[in-house]
Design a binder for this molecule. Structure first.
Ligand code: SAM
Length: 218
């Protein structure tokens, strides 16, 4: 981590790991209780990632600094996986590429690489617009969703009914979605688009979080 991406500041969190503060959104990318700790809890542990099938597909909303991806990579799973993420800020993706000493293959708005057992595809641009185009073209179904945009206040379009309808349309039956949010309206939107919702413990100062299973259209 040499330079910091434009419009961001490095912030140390309580577990000793680092996150970024986004000046654009006036929000940290992770909880100050622990960037690595919360990532492990919400997206590795709560998502039951170890049980994902071989050739499973993960879809993340908000690539950020790529921490969820790194934690997935370090989980040493044997399954071949495809990790598809979305990111509106290309600087973050270039920063990740440099700091990980990677070279992404570039295909229009896609950044692609194969790292060990995981193929990573980052869709650049507004997820709300670009992800539906990508999934329509590639006709893929997702096994795990890492729902990790900024808060509903800062990223309302990635928490609304239309977004969850889209996620349902690409969800494999019984796929699992996890998120740090425990908001009542987020749970309601999930429930009305075919998800069975359960409360999970929160990380650090946060009391609870959410895990949901896609049961199909009601
Ligand atoms: C909470 S951070 C994600 C942290 C990330 N999962 C990680 O492990 O580092 C949210 C990210 O969503 C991105 N974002 C915000 N609005 C977006 C949009 N409309 N489309 C795609 N990405 C968006 C932000 O730039 C930010 O990097």
């Amino acid at each position: 981590m040499k330079t910091i991406p434009k419009n961001h500041q490095l912030v140390e969190t309580d577990d000793g790991s680092f996150t970024l503060y986004s000046k654009t959104y006036d929000e940290n990318l992770h909880s100050t209780s622990g960037a690595e700790g919360e990532t492990l809890q919400y997206f590795i542990k709560n998502s039951l990632i170890k049980d994902i099938k071989d050739n499973g597909i993960i879809f993340e909303t908000g690539f950020g600094m790529g921490l969820s991806f790194k934690k997935l990579l370090n989980s040493d799973l044997n399954q071949a996986l495809t990790f598809i993420s979305t990111e509106i800020d290309e600087d973050l993706v270039s920063w990740f590429e440099k700091s990980e000493d990677l070279i992404f293959e570039k295909d229009e708005n896609l950044r692609i690489a194969q790292i060990k057992n995981i193929k990573i595809i980052i869709i650049l641009g507004d997820a709300k617009l670009m992800a539906p185009i990508f999934f329509k073209k590639n006709n893929l179904k997702v096994d795990r969703f890492f729902q990790d945009p900024f808060s509903p206040k800062k990223n309302p379009t990635l928490w609304d009914l239309e977004w969850f309808e889209f996620l349902s349309s690409i969800a494999e039956k019984n796929s699992i979605l996890t998120t740090y949010s425990a908001s009542h309206s987020v749970k309601k939107n999930l429930e009305s688009t075919g998800w069975e919702v359960e409360s999970m413990p929160g990380y650090g100062k946060k009391r609870s979080s959410t895990r949901a299973y896609y049961r199909g259209k009601i």
